[in-house]
Design a protein around this ligand. Structure first.
Ligand code: CP
Ligand code: NVA
Length: 324
């Protein structure tokens, strides 16, 4: 029997598997309603401990497009995470749904859920990682720049948050060179840099962690940033808005990257804090393609995990060309 595959961090897919998911996402984007691995309909439960627009809507749309039935739950209205053990929730859910998606705080909660679940568990953002977002980002880079391997991505801003960690891990997994710039004390943790370096040794990626934005931006094909105040950090807002000012993605920063560099932001964006309106609304920005690609990337991920776990006939499910 196949082992259940989960997607809790960006490194849960090998470089080859990550490529397979991105290839499948491109195929699904080209034939939006042609793949139905959740036909039945099978139910996918999507829990939110934190607020969301893109993740909520893209999972709902994607699950429905795959022939499934999306069940979107605000965790506060359920027992999950506060009124029963995560293990008990997992053992109940696996008998009712085909996949569990969860946006939460501690990564350890997701790990516990996965440990007790026979159906795939997907991280829809935790304090440590946002790996579904990165699949959408890599898809967007592929569409605009072609082959990922050898490209350079620069991330500026809060370099200790979930997006910085996921940029580092996912981009290195794809063989991209990654430069992360943020103030001293706000860099990725050593354990994350070490994990990225191990994967980089396999893929040939180069890692730079710096406090100098110009060093990160030099020769960058892709420039990325994220909010300076992540969900759960609202009380530190005043202090954080001062901390990261030298790492704003503005016209001057863009001038230090390649002239044809593209700009990514997972959204929601706070114009004139982490990124100027001129840049995010300007010609180098691809943030709306990036947002749309959440649907396609997550559809491919769900279909791939179901197939790899032995829970569906293949990633395509009842693809219409297969005659089903
Ligand atoms: N990028 C992202 O995850 O957006 P939401 O918080 O709106 O889901
Ligand atoms: N770093 C942000 C990402 C939001 C999609 C947060 O965690 O709030």
């Amino acid at each position: 029997m196949a082992t259940t595959r989960h997607f809790l961090t960006d490194l849960d897919l090998s470089p080859g598997e990550q490529r397979e998911v991105l290839d499948l996402a491109l195929a699904m984007k080209a034939d939006r309603f042609g793949y139905r691995p959740y036909a039945g309909p099978q139910t996918v439960a999507v829990f939110f401990d934190k607020t969301s627009t893109r993740t909520r809507v893209s999972f709902h749309a994607g699950i429905a497009e795959l022939g499934g039935s999306p069940l979107i739950v605000n965790s506060a209205e359920s027992q999950l995470g506060h009124k029963e053990s995560i293990a008990d929730s997992a053992r109940v859910l696996e008998r009712m749904v085909s996949t569990i998606v969860w946006r939460t705080y501690a990564q350890s909660g997701l790990e516990e859920m996965a440990q007790h679940s026979k159906v795939p568990v997907i991280n829809a953002l935790s304090d440590d990682y946002h790996p579904c977002q990165l699949l959408a980002d890599l898809l967007t880079i592929r569409e605009h720049k072609g082959e990922l391997k050898g490209l350079k991505l620069a991330y500026l801003g809060d370099a200790a948050n979930n997006m910085a960690n996921s940029y580092l891990l996912a981009a290195v997994n794809a063989g991209m060179h990654v430069a992360i710039a943020g103030p001293e004390g706000y860099h990725p943790e050593q354990r994350i840099i070490a994990a990225a370096q191990l994967r980089a040794n396999e893929t040939g990626a180069k890692i730079t962690i710096t406090s100098n934005p110009a060093e990160a931006l030099a020769d960058a094909d892709v420039v990325a940033t994220d909010t300076w105040v992540s969900m759960g950090q609202e009380e530190e807002k005043a202090e954080r808005l001062k901390l990261f000012t030298d790492y704003q993605v503005n016209a001057q920063a863009m001038a230090a990257a390649k002239s044809d560099a593209i700009v990514l932001h997972c959204l929601p964006a706070y114009r004139d804090y982490e990124i100027t309106a001129e840049v995010i609304d300007g010609p180098q920005s691809v943030v709306l393609d990036e947002a749309e690609n959440r649907v396609h990337a997550q559809k491919a991920l769900m279909a791939w995990l179901m197939a790899a776990s032995g829970l569906s006939a293949g990633p395509a499910g009842a693809h219409r060309e297969s005659g089903d």
